[in-house]
Write a protein that binds this ligand. Sequence first.
Ligand code: HEM
Length: 435
Amino acid sequence: MTEPQSDYRRPPGPDEPVSLGIDAVTLDTLLSLQREYGDMVSMRTANGRLAYFVNDAVEVRRILARRHSKYHKGPGFERVKMLLGNGLIVSDGDVWRRSRTMIQPAFSRQNVHRLTTVMVECTDRRAAKWAEAAADSETLNITEETCDFALELILISIFGDDYENRILTAGDNPFAFLSRDSTRDLSVVMKVRRLRELLLSIIEDRRAATGSQHFDFLSMYLEATDKQGKRFSDKELLDELMTLIVAGFETSANTLNWVWHLVAKHPDVEAKLIEEAQRVLPNVSAVSAENLAAMEYTQQTLEEALRLYPPVWLFTRRSHAADELEDFDVPPGTDIYLAPYVLHRTDHYWPEPEVFDPDRFVLADKPKKDRPYFPFSLGPRRCLGEYFSFLEMKVHLGLLLPRFRMQLVDDAEPELELAINLRSAEDIHVRPAIR
Ligand code: HEM
């Protein structure tokens, strides 16, 4: 570890070492550091590293965008490596650049538009189940429902027909534990190993089946080549598929979970969403890229939900080259903590930050360049699935909200679970009724 010299210009901060992880205690620590020292704080971590907590809008953008080449992924990412190997989210440098260049075309708007039929199909399956629950006066676990929706959607988007023919036939959905089990213990390691075996056999069959006509992420990943014309190896492909599954469902599922909760608490917002959905998506055949783009109020509502509950609430970087932020030095080896959750609720950027108000995101008033809003990160490592996730969430809400009124079983504010993803600590239950 690089031990920085003492004459570096550092932001203010505590003298005693600070323990930082990705958990609820860390959020309390960051909030109290911000209160005491402001938007740039330096400290020693419990293991002796120099760390900066950066909560300044301009400097966050500088780190993630303009100066991104001086930073790699930071502490905490080793925990996700177990699931994701060296896939896009955890890789750095040339490995990351090669994969990103190979994968990015799969996420073109044109390709994502072709997946809207799958989004409708997965939404319809929820509607059928919810209609039954409403008829039988049963409650629904909306946290599980949104997880199942987003997981099924990403799996069909990746594997196409192989989802039904190969994955579901392998027993109960072998990916289901990803949405149920937040622990990352040994039993999860075993399940992940079995999953990779299953995925490998699907990959091998796809490679062998020449001339097959698929349109899904797997076929696009199999065809992708780097500058030398080389394709992904099996190991690289497995890492990228696991990355896509994990990155692609929990974040959207959590956002939808919060949206159902927020909407149930804000009838005025609910009424506007329904009016828009009925006008723009009067029936399933109206689902098109153009119409989804026209759902401006739904877009604002989603952006506001992501401001209050950014699924990736905290992330980290580590400098590998010297940098400067404001008037401070960043020696190589400095850990950087960036917390969308804190920045999105800092009142000098967001007046009355605790209030849920989709009108903050009115188009004419779109976030200014220096306004700190980064639920999808910023710069070259910005989320690849942002457009996909907005479309899936708009299809889901646009088709389901006008059909179902959801009453919360418990009116209390859900506690937060602050792990790698921000979730509601307890599942949210609702009583559905047909409108
Ligand atoms: C509300 C939904 C989502 C949110 C809030 C979100 C957020 C993020 C964030 C913050 C990062 C960057 C993390 C970092 O740099 O440390 C990221 C990366 C990524 N996301 Fe998303 N994501 C969402 C949905 C999706 C979906 C649906 C997909 C795939 C279909 C996806 C695929 C990815 C990938 C592949 C990366 C890695 C990009 C790279 O490092 O080059 N995400 N996401």
